[in-house]
Design a binder for this molecule. Structure first.
Ligand code: NDP
Length: 441
């Protein structure tokens, strides 16, 4: 096996799989590309882990890239057929951008002659980082990869068998989706979400929207404790037995728990490049081509902080987007920039998009849930079948749209309406981008 490739992709997450797809579509020659990942599997569609995987409905190789994006399924054979070297179980301990070399834990090195694409993604924020007592007890789970999901599925079965209780810390994506997964697989009536905010997914959902989901979660056997700050985990023989929190009034309570899932956010994996690349917004700073501050080096997906135009204000600032849609499209953008033989591709344009599926519900959101926008709710929020909310900014412009249970056509109309406003703002931002510091390289 050669150890030098024209291009190396570091990281084996969603963005990496979609970058490989884009390279193959561009006609890459066999032997030109290598992917290095510490995971034991080739890239897969990570969003399945907190949804179908918990229900037993998704298992590898069924959800390798690009099942979610509508492309050919990229199982290990696919990479072999295309002449792409895929190094799994390969932990990179050092990246030397001046020497164009990555060093593996095994001591081996791998080099690139032209381009490195950094797709190192993000990792779950751990409560041990904040020194929460007992946070290192076994039975406390995080969810980011297949290994985590397998451990969680086994723990749910054991908890059900023992008639135990589960506590979910955090009311965001992981919290809401895992709580639904647990309640749907035998832990209804035994699952509680504890969170510091006054409502589920407070950064996105209005109080009215959150109230609908909270009611539904209650009906499905998930209790929600708001305004709760986790202060400690109690345990026995090294295993968690309870979660202690203080409520809004400062009183302390302990919930019984033999299984805990923590979803309190993610942190970009940038450490290998500290001091070598410009950083921004907790990630690696890139320009509209996904190019970093070092020529030939690109960053894509969760780790990339790219110039994002605010739909609400038109202001441009480097931001990270932790979403599979951005993983897909930023990977495609970097590959276009690398392989383009004539003019560079058009600047990266991105409309923030999020979605979730819990129980028999399914929502989409486009744009920004701007705090100062006027919100207009629609649909029947009591029946909770099709409903949503529009965020209207200055001059009545639509800056955000949330739709639960609507058709794909209806979602498409809302997306276009939000995107229309963004188009004009992005064009104006691009006119003034040069010299503004937004173009990193
Ligand atoms: P989120 O940012 O969605 O949610 C974290 C939640 O935990 C927030 O409500 C946050 O509150 C709260 N929180 C923060 N600190 C604490 C704390 N010390 N104790 C208790 N609660 C706390 O992150 P997740 O962990 O849920 O998800 C991680 C990433 O995974 C997401 O960024 C997302 O991209 C991805 N993901 C996406 C899914 C999807 O798109 N459907 C599904 C699953 C994961 P506050 O807002 O106040 O900080």
């Amino acid at each position: 096996m050669p150890s030098t490739y024209k291009t190396v992709i570091l990281g084996g997450g969603n963005a990496s799989g979609y970058a490989a797809k884009a390279f193959v579509e561009s006609g890459i020659a066999p032997g030109d590309l290598a992917i290095v990942t510490e995971e034991p599997y080739v890239a897969y569609e990570r969003p399945a882990l907190s949804k179908g995987y918990l229900l037993g409905a998704a298992r590898l190789p069924g959800f390798h890239t690009c099942v979610g994006g509508g492309g050919e399924r990229q199982a290990p054979e696919w990479y072999a057929e295309k002449g792409i070297t895929y190094l799994t179980n390969a932990h990179v301990t050092k990246a030397d951008l001046a020497a164009r070399t990555l060093t593996l834990a095994s001591g081996d090195t791998i080099s690139y002659s032209q381009n490195l694409i950094i797709a190192t993604g993000a990792r779950a924020v751990k409560l041990t980082e904040f020194g929460v007592p007992g946070a290192d007890l076994s039975g406390i789970h995080y969810l980011r990869d297949v290994k985590d999901a397998d451990a969680l599925v086994a723990a749910v079965a054991a908890t059900k068998e023992a008639s135990g209780k589960a506590v979910i810390v955090g009311g965001g994506y992981i919290g809401m989706e895992c709580a639904a997964g647990l309640a749907s697989t035998g832990l209804a009536g035994a699952t509680t979400i504890v969170m510091p905010e006054d409502r589920l997914m407070a950064r996105l959902l209005t109080p009215q929207l959150a109230a609908v989901y909270e009611r539904l979660y209650g009906a499905k056997g998930v209790a929600v404790v708001k305004g709760a700050k986790v202060t400690a985990f109690t345990g026995k023989d090294g295993k968690v037995t309870g979660v202690t929190y203080t409520d809004a009034a400062g009183a302390s309570h302990t919930l019984e728990a033999s299984l805990v899932v923590v979803g309190v956010g993610a942190r970009a994996n940038t450490e290998l490049f500290t001091g070598q690349l410009d950083m921004a917004a907790g990630g690696i700073k890139v320009d509209y081509m996904m190019a970093t501050s070092v020529p030939g080096v690109y960053a894509v997906g969760d780790v990339a902080a790219f110039p994002l135009t605010s739909v609400a204000t038109g202001a441009v600032a480097h931001a990270r987007q932790e979403h599979v849609t951005h993983c897909r499209s930023s990977a495609a953008q970097a590959v276009k920039a690398i392989t383009s033989t004539s003019a560079p591709p058009p600047a990266y344009e991105y409309l923030p998009y999020f979605y979730s599926r819990v129980f028999n519900l399914s929502w989409v959101f486009y744009g920004e849930a701007a705090a100062d926008a006027t919100t207009v709710h629609f649909g029947d929020m009591n029946e909770a079948k099709v409903f949503g909310c529009l965020w209207l900014g200055a001059g009545g412009r639509l800056v955000g749209a949330f739709l639960e249970g609507g058709s794909a056509d209806e979602a498409g109309v809302l997306k276009s309406a939000v995107a229309q406003g963004l188009k004009g703002l992005e064009a104006a931002a691009l006119d003034t981008a040069s010299g503004s510091g937004l173009v990193a390289a």
